[in-house]
Structures are given as C-alpha cells and as structure tokens.
Design a protein around this ligand. Structure first.
Ligand code: DGJ
Length: 338
C-alpha cells in the first residue's frame, strides 16, 4: 500500500492538471485566438513579443522578446519557437541570452527589443537585428547577431546607429533577389527604410525617409504595391495604427490612413510585423501586433489577424479566432471553444 500512495498522488496530480487546464489552452489546439493567453506545446506562455516570423522549408520560426519572470535581471533574452501551422508552437529555446554587451554605453537597465531575423543566402547565416538602448531610450541603436542555424545561439557582433541616425523601434523587410531592408524610427524626422549590405551585417544606404513619426514598423509587398504600417509614439499604450502605400520603396508614399476604427486603438494593440503567406489558392497577409501589458510584460498578449488587403487598401478586421491552411493560404474562422 505504501508504494501505491505516490502513484495515486501522481495520478491525482495528472487528473487535476488536465482538468484545470485553461480554456485558452483548449482553444489554442486548433485556432489562433487574438488576445487569449497563448501557450506553447509544453504549456508555457509563449514569450516572443515584438517579434517576427521566418519560414524555413515547411516550418515557421517565431522570434521575439522573452519577458519571462524567471529571467535574470542582468540579461536580455530572445525566445524562438517552431510551428508548421502557426497555431501549435514548439519552444526551441533562448537564442539570445545576453549580458550588457557595452557597459560604457548602456546602464544596467539597458533594453533589447523587437528582434528581427533574416536568412542570408550568400553567407548561409541567420542575421538578427534588434533595438538596443539604455535608460530612457536615449541611446537609440541597433544590435546585430549571427547564427549558423535558425534556432541556434545568436552570437552578438556589435551595436551602432544605422547610417549615423537614431534608431528605436525597428522592422525588417526581405525583398526579391535577396535584398533586405531595415526600417527604423528616426526620432527627429520620422522613419527610414534603409538597404542592408549583401551579407546583411551593415546598413548600406538610405532608401527613403518618411516624415511620419511611427514605430512598430511592418512592410509587405502585395500585388504590385508596398504597404508600410506603423503606430504613433505613445509608449506601451495603443493608438490608431496607420498605413501608406507606394509602388517603389523610394516612394512617393500615399497619405497615411487608419487600419482599424480609430476608437478601437487598433483593438488595443501595437503593430510589429506583417507576415505574408503565399498559398496555392491565395495569399494571406497577417497582422502581428502586441497588446502590451507594461506592468507584466511576460503576460503581453498577441493580436494576430489576417488583413483585408488589396488595391491600395489595408484593413484590420475585428479580432476573432482563425486558422490558415498554410499550404493553400485558405483562411477559416472556427467558433471559439467554450
Ligand atoms: C513603444 C515601442 O514600440 C515598444 O517597443 C517599447 O519600446 C515601448 N515604446 C516602451 O515604452
């Protein structure tokens, strides 16, 4: 009987664990539900805020700020997850776990935000850019990391101001022919689109300076037009995100318009990335935003929604549960689990 007690105890724990499993966990099994708590395949809250997605083969890799409560206060972390359907995410580990890399420049409360990852076809390296900064976001630089494997350790290379300009929130865009671009908020003037060098390790030249003070930048090319998206500068608080279009990255860019009814403040979220999925039947563009929770950044929620896009218009529909057949690009909207 003595031997049975631990077994009985374990069975009870298992039963309790299953029955207490949050409803959001159940829902997350078959759909993306914007704003719900979202757990990885081990049951932990997904930590990939202000992030991006990179596709390699049939797999999608999600990178973002890991704001876990267990983080060491002296380090900054980037988490990485892998999925084949965008719903179920397997945790690959911390691909960045960095101590202050430049103590002469950054104080102990330094920040590393909005990591963006690209694959370079010439060097066969994965290159990560991130916003690196100090107290009060006054230093305004980017950090560059490299890795030989997509979900491996990203080695810190250096930090700098792109083309000598201030750079806070960043975005990334990879065009055809392997060219890649850094988008960055340049506080005195607006934001810039700048071309990266062939190996992606340097920022080579300015492509366009857009006189709009925007952050949380995303860019996509869709049916012959570029769509650029960003939020106004209101800290962690949401505001009405806006977009503009152009035939060339050099511009001219159209006037900026809201992506959702202004009163919703982008459904309480801030833009961060635009994911394009080219399927056999249709092409979908997904808005990836964060519903920041500044008091508990680890509990920041994800607002991911397929956009209505085309003919120079972009619109974020009211968030609801959805899923995508990543092969065909076809979207469906299942009813949320009770
Ligand atoms: C807005 C930025 O978009 C976020 O990444 C973060 O830096 C907050 N500001 C901090 O206030």
């Amino acid at each position: 009987m003595r031997r049975c007690i631990p077994v009985l105890f374990a069975v009870c724990l298992l039963f309790l664990g299953v029955s207490l499993c949050p409803a959001s966990g159940k829902r997350a099994r078959d759909a993306i539900c914007p704003g719900a708590s979202w757990r990885d395949t081990d049951g932990h809250l997904i930590q990939a805020h202000g992030g991006c997605i990179l596709k390699r083969g049939n797999e999608y890799y999600l990178f973002g700020e890991d704001r876990s409560r267990r983080n060491q206060p002296t380090r900054r972390y980037v988490g990485c997850y892998r999925s084949t359907d965008l719903v179920h995410w397997h945790y690959c580990g911390e691909v960045v776990s960095l101590k202050n890399p430049d103590p002469k420049l950054f104080t102990n409360d330094w920040i590393l935000e909005r990591p963006k990852v690209l694959y370079n076809r010439y060097t066969h390296q994965y290159v990560m850019y991130a916003h690196i900064d100090g107290r009060g976001y006054s230093i305004a630089r980017v950090a560059v990391f490299v890795s030989r494997t997509v979900a491996g350790h990203y080695h810190y290379l250096r930090n700098f101001r792109p083309l000598g300009h201030q750079s806070r929130d960043i975005g990334i865009y990879q065009g055809r022919h392997g060219k890649a671009y850094l988008l960055f908020e340049d506080r005195p003037t607006g934001f810039r689109i700048a071309e990266l060098s062939r190996n992606y390790l340097r920022v080579k030249r300015n492509i366009c300076l857009i006189h709009q003070h925007l952050e949380g930048l995303g860019l996509v090319h869709y049916h012959g037009l570029y769509y650029v998206l960003g939020s106004h500068l209101t800290g962690w608080g949401p505001n009405p995100d806006v977009y503009a279009t152009a035939k060339s990255l050099h511009g001219p860019w159209s006037a900026f318009r809201n992506i959702a009814p202004a009163r919703t403040n982008t459904y309480d979220s801030q833009s961060g990335y635009l994911l394009k999925i080219v399927g056999t039947h249709r092409t979908a563009v997904i808005y990836m935003g964060d519903r920041w929770n500044p008091g508990q950044l680890w509990n920041t929620r994800y607002i991911w929604m397929p956009l209505q896009i085309g003919n120079g218009r972009l619109w974020l529909p009211k968030p609801r549960c959805w899923r995508i057949d990543v092969h065909t690009g076809v979207l469906s909207y299942p009813r949320p689990a009770k």
